[in-house]
Each structure stands twice: as C-alpha cells, then as structure tokens.
Design a binder for this molecule. Structure first.
Ligand code: MRU
Length: 341
C-alpha cells in the first residue's frame, strides 16, 4: 500500500504533522480551512505538490463549514484569498487554488461541497499518477549501481504519495539499480535529516546523511553519479526555485560533469514567467536559523537571514523529468512545447 501523508476521511482532512517527525507520528484531523492554512504556514504539510493538494482540500472544507454570516461560495472565495497568502514560492499552491476556483464558479451552491471534494481528490490522484510515471522516466536516465545526491524532502511526504526526485530514487531501488542515496541534511529546518531519512529508513533504501557543505568533497571524490532535486516553481526558460542549497549543488554538479536533474510534475511549471527573476522567494522567520526546534545555536541578539529557497539557472539543468516526458534544452522552446501536449 502506498503511503499517503494526507487524505480525506469522512468530513475532515487527515494529515501527518511533519514538524513532529521523526520524533513522533502524529496525525491531525483538520476540520476548517483556517486549520489547513496554519498547517501550510507552519510546515506541518510542506513540499510543493502536497501544499497544493492540502489547499484544494481546504477549499472543500470552506464549502462544508462556512463561517456564520457567509454563504459557502463566499467562504470559498475568502479561503482562496487567504490560502494564496500562506506560502509564496511553490506555484502548485496557486495552480490548485485556481483549478478549484474554476469548479466553484461553475456549480450551484447546493453542489459546491461535493464538487470541490471530488476535484480535490482528483488533484490528489493525478499527482500520485504523475509521480509514478516520473519515477519510471527518471529511473530510465540512471545507470546501474547509481549513487545519487539529493536535498530536502521530495518524497511521499512532499506530494500526494510516492514523491518526485525521491520517487525516482524509490523506483530505481525497486528496479535494483540504486547503490546509495546521499541526503543533504538541509538546514535550517532539516527536511533531509528528519523527513527524507525517515522515509528511506522505513523502506530499507541505503542512504548516508551528510552536512550540507560536505557535498563538495563528495563530488571531488567522484562519489556522485547524478543529482536529483525537486522544484517549487519552474519558469519558461528552465530557471527554477527549490530548497535553499539547490543552486550550490547545481554549480558543483556542473563543475564535476555530473548530470543534474530537476524532477517535478507539470503543476510546478509557471509558463507566465519568462525567467526565474520574477519567482517570489519566501523569507521565513529568523528563529528557524537561530533556534531550530528550540535549540538555540547563536548568541542572543544575533540576526539571521532565512530565504527558504534559491534560484538555479536553467543552463545548469541537464533535464527536467516530468510526467509529460523528459525535457532537454533549449528550455525556452522545449518547456512550452512539452507542457502544451
Ligand atoms: O520548504 P519546503 O519544505 O516546502 O520546501 C520543499 C522543497 O523545496 C521541495 O524540493 C519542493 O517543494 C519539491 S517537493 C516534491
């Protein structure tokens, strides 16, 4: 059975609280869209596709339980606006909200909740199907006994299930192709150390965790055959935003002649942006750097800078692996072509 980090049950959204992993597996039952918005903001649910799916279910909750004084349609509009302000970078959030918004506009008030719930479930199922296809296409690109380097968490936890970059790892493991996954711990909030390690351990996939900047030496020693990363928003020319640290890995891969693959569903592309310059980069609270999970590293009074993402130029990307196929340069032509099909 495929592990799903979130699902609809009776009249609520159930999701695994990722801020409490790996220490405890605590499932939340969310009954209002406001609770889902809080879960997105505070990273209880995170990863671009999972954020989009959670927001879609949140709109179903808005239709089911409007606040006093509002019709279900008014509540959905209110929720849509508020959810769009939770996290700015992952385009999947806006893609899902717009898709749900179109359904909300097309149906009568009495059909609003069932229509929105079905659409959210469709978005969820489509994401899983896309990931399984991506897994196959990505694994085909890898040599036998491959040693892969990755960052952040792009697994089942970050998606509807299976994962994107980590989905490729999963598929390659099942195919007997995978020798080792090197996992960057991913400071400051440690999605690699806490979440990717949790997923890989559950499935017995061989991995080593490394401090983020150990990656340089790993390349130098010739221990990396391919880099697989996710993406939060990909512009038309192949520039893309992903977890901070991704750009460093892309530069290292280029320097060492190692293929660098960005792995993402079509819902992570933003064709309205000609280049990455216009991608909004989220800056998160300083406390995440200064005192992650309550452990204060820096002296009192220290200020921090905490961009959650960085920007990798398309020219450093060997290929994008999507459910619509593997996309190779020149991206300004091939990305729009692949996504229109
Ligand atoms: O801040 P996060 O944990 O939401 O960041 C997640 C990432 O950067 C992932 O690489 C990206 O969303 C792709 S997840 C399949």
């Amino acid at each position: 059975m495929m592990f799903r980090p979130l699902f609809w049950e009776e009249d609520k959204l159930v999701l695994l609280d990722q801020t409490r992993l790996p220490w405890e597996e605590h499932w939340l039952g969310l009954r209002t869209w406001e609770e889902v918005a809080e879960a997105i903001r505070s990273l209880r649910v995170r990863g671009a596709p999972a954020i989009g799916i959670a927001a879609a279910y949140a709109l179903a909750l808005a239709a089911l339980r409007p606040n006093p004084g509002r019709t279900p349609k008014e509540e959905v509009r209110e929720a849509q606006e508020a959810l769009a302000k939770t996290r700015p970078t992952a385009v999947n959030l806006f893609w899902a909200l717009e898709r749900m918004g179109r359904v909300a506009q097309a149906v009568k008030e009495s059909e609003l909740f069932p229509a929105l719930l079905s659409e959210a479930q469709r978005i969820h199922e489509e994401d899983i199907a896309a990931n399984l296809r991506i897994g196959e296409l990505g694994a085909d690109l890898l040599p036998k006994n491959v040693r892969v380097l990755t960052i952040c968490n792009t697994g089942a936890l970050a998606t509807g299930g299976h994962g994107t970059a980590l989905g490729v790892v999963r598929t390659a493991f099942v195919q007997g192709k995978l020798k080792m996954v090197y996992v960057c711990e991913t400071r400051p909030v440690l999605q690699g150390a806490r979440l990717t390690a949790w997923e890989l351990r559950r499935e017995g996939i061989p991995f080593r965790l490394l401090a983020d900047f150990a990656a340089g030496l790993l390349f130098r020693k010739g221990e990396v055959d391919a880099v697989l990363v996710g993406a939060d928003r990909i512009a038309r020319n192949g520039d893309f935003a992903n977890k901070v640290g991704t750009y460093v890995l892309a530069v290292l891969a280029h320097r060492h002649g190692v293929p660098f693959y960005a792995v993402a569903p079509s819902s992570s592309f933003d064709l309205s942006l000609p280049s990455g310059e216009a991608i909004p980069i989220e800056e998160r609270p300083e406390e995440e750097v200064l005192a992650p999970y309550g452990c204060r590293f820096a002296p009192e009074g220290t200020r921090a800078w905490n961009p959650a993402f960085d920007l990798t130029p398309g020219e450093l990307v060997s290929a994008f692996v999507t459910e619509k196929g593997v996309i190779r340069p020149p991206y300004a032509r091939t990305i729009p072509e692949a996504l229109s099909g």
